[in-house]
Design a protein. Structure first.
Length: 71
């Protein structure tokens, strides 16, 4: 499994903003639907909160897609 590292310079990034920042989706609306449809996992648990705070060390997986680690 290949894990792509995403660098952030803030204390945290919200889940919906992360999906846009990482290039997973183009708009906030797409990010919202991906999260609501349980297509995103954070540290192995399904995430349905688009405002979830993601921090350095968190691993984000997309159903049928890539895996990312925040560094």
């Amino acid at each position: 499994m290949n894990i792509e590292e995403i660098h952030i310079t803030t204390e945290y990034i919200k889940a919906d903003a992360f999906l846009k920042f990482a290039g997973v989706c183009a708009t906030g609306g797409q990010a919202k639907f991906m999260i609501e449809d349980a297509q995103v996992s954070v540290n192995g648990e399904v995430c349905t909160m688009r405002g979830k705070k993601l921090r350095v060390g968190d691993t984000i997986s997309i159903v049928g897609g890539a895996t990312y680690k925040i560094v």
